[in-house]
Design a protein around this ligand. Structure first.
Ligand code: AMP
Length: 286
């Protein structure tokens, strides 16, 4: 596996892959790999000849008072994990390398959805995400880029951005990988104290409760969201931020689930102690 740190080296590798007609796959990450990252890398390696995994803790997507400084970092372990999945190239740029000028003057506007749900809790977050992803996509040219459904709003916005300004890019969504008790894997789970770790399963429990209610015939969004809220609020260590249902095709909040229409996705965010966690579930109709 090649470990590269500069934009120049990235361009050379991509130019070389394109000239050999090797399909390129890109997996953008912030490192501290877990099985969610592993499964995305394996999918990319299955589908593409040249797979590049980027690890960049992007300061632009962290707000003031967020965990940029203490975000888990472990370069050596990450390199070993990526190599073991069959990744060909690992890109580990510095902030200076990604942003010739910081903060950058030109950024990508995520539109009004950038201010809702995760964006309401984290002002500027999606502008930061889309700006760094746009730069990676520009460097990669024609490629498939892989993102996890775990961050559903991010995946939605990246799909929109690709459709609107990067038509050579195909965005692939990958399923959420979970711990045995349903907690979605996340690099931030290492922040959780043992009691908090046990409490954190309430997000997934709430999503499943909503799923069961829908299967029992409840299609109004209010009681479905209330079921999620109840599961989180039953947990004394958890502090709910939002529980909503959105149309998976538009990310507009739903008043009710139309069983013959586009699928509904339930979104939940909560703070467990000092750690903010998010999760979501595509609600099945039957
Ligand atoms: P991150 O390093 O947290 O920025 O995540 C890198 C990529 O992995 C993003 O596309 C995430 O959506 C995805 N991801 C994070 N957690 C999971 C998970 N539990 N299952 C699947 N994908 C995930």
């Amino acid at each position: 596996m090649d470990v590269i740190r500069t934009v120049e080296a990235y361009r050379e590798i991509v130019d070389d892959a394109h000239s050999q007609v090797h399909p390129v796959g890109l997996v953008p990450t912030m490192g501290a790999f877990h099985d969610g990252h592993r499964s995305i890398m394996r999918r990319a390696v299955e589908e593409r000849d040249t797979v590049i995994v980027s690890v960049f803790v992007n300061p632009l997507q962290f707000g003031e008072g967020e965990d940029y400084d203490r975000y888990p970092r472990g370069e050596e372990d990450d390199i070993a994990v990526a190599e073991a999945q069959g990744v060909e190239v690992m890109f580990l740029p510095t902030v200076e390398e990604m942003y010739p000028e910081y903060p950058p003057m030109i950024t990508v506007d995520p539109g009004s959805l950038g201010d809702r749900f995760e964006g309401a809790a984290r002002p500027g977050h999606f502008r930061g995400v889309l700006t760094v992803v746009a730069r990676l996509l520009d460097l990669s040219g024609t490629c498939r880029v892989y993102f996890g459904e775990k961050d559903a709003q991010q995946l939605f916005l990246v799909r929109k951005m690709a459709a609107e300004i990067a038509p050579r890019v195909e965005v692939v969504g990958c399923p959420t990988i979970r711990e045995a008790d349903g907690l979605a894997m996340s690099s931030r789970n290492v922040y959780l104290e043992p009691e908090e770790r046990a409490a954190a399963a309430c997000l997934h429990r709430g999503l499943q409760d909503a799923q069961h209610l829908l299967k029992d015939g409840e299609t109004d969004a209010a009681p479905l969201a209330a079921a999620i809220r109840a599961a989180v609020e039953a947990e004394p260590l958890a502090d709910l931020d939002y529980a909503v249902l959105v149309d998976d095709m538009t990310f507009e909040e739903l008043g009710s689930v139309d069983l013959r229409g586009s699928p509904a996705r339930a979104l939940v965010a909560a703070r467990i102690g000092a750690t903010r966690l998010i999760d979501n579930l595509l609600l099945a109709n039957s």
